[in-house]
Design a protein around this ligand. Structure first.
Ligand code: A5P
Length: 234
């Protein structure tokens, strides 16, 4: 395992210790979240009783393979906590960019149905300003996506329709496309959040503001638990 994976695993293992028997747990998506699901699988084999709500088909498959019971928001509309990764985490606010893995819509729905969102990451994900290294993924309906893209460009974004490995548009679990929007960097995340929400054809976007309850960050000097300057709103 390379050094970065060791950090991801350290953050994931710390987060999984917060999970208690009887909890309904949101299961994130991505390489860091996948370490948390592995660790949860080990705890389930040792007798931990939880129900997982997956944020993607990929995560659902992994959880099933490890024997973690999974369910949906239809049966459990309120979760105790969600453990998920992030692409960028803003120092202080712990606001996020998520969705590089393409699961942002379900990730946001699950996170907002939970009482706590625990973000796990290696220290390279911390930024002073969002949009420094990653574009904001914006999920759009395929019908007329070009019109939505034009509006995103008018908001100042450099846009790119995300392609899958087959060079065709990447299709999310919800059957939508993703337009990656680079604003490098984002000066006013809350204003941008409002503007993105008003673009017709946009289903959801990867700015997760005021949602993080704790960020568990692993670095070369150990694991730190960060809390946002303002409490999260769920
Ligand atoms: C998935 O859609 C994303 O939100 C991921 O949580 C995010 O991209 C972080 O992924 P890694 O843990 O693989 O860096």
């Amino acid at each position: 395992m390379d050094a970065l994976d060791q950090l991801k695993q350290a953050a994931a293992d710390t987060a999984v210790q917060l999970v208690e028997s009887g909890m309904i747990v949101g299961l994130g998506t991505g390489s860091t979240a996948s370490f948390a699901i592995e660790a949860l699988g080990r705890r389930v084999q040792d007798g931990l009783r939880i129900i997982g709500i997956p944020t993607s088909e990929r995560t659902a498959r992994q959880a099933r393979g490890l024997g973690i019971p999974i369910s949906s928001l239809a049966e459990h509309a309120e979760l105790d906590l969600t453990i998920d990764g992030a692409d960028e985490i803003q120092r202080g606010t712990l606001d996020l960019i998520k969705g590089h893995g393409g699961a942002l819509l379900r990730e946001k729905v699950v996170a907002s149905a939970g009482r706590r969102l625990i973000i796990i990451a290696d220290e390279t994900k911390i930024v002073d300003q969002l949009g420094t290294r990653f574009a904001v993924p914006v999920e759009v309906v395929p019908f007329g996506w070009q019109a939505a893209e034009r509006k995103l460009q008018r908001l100042g974004a450099h846009t790119a329709l995300r392609n899958g490995p087959d060079d065709k548009p990447f299709v999310t679990d919800g059957g939508n496309f993703i337009v990656d929007c680079s604003f490098s960097p984002i000066e006013a995340p809350h204003a941008l959040d409002d503007q993105l929400n008003r673009v017709v054809g946009v289903v959801e976007h990867g700015l997760f503001l005021n949602m993080t309850s704790q960020a568990i960050i692993a670095g070369r000097d150990g694991v730190q638990v960060l809390r946002p300057a303002q409490p999260a709103v769920h």
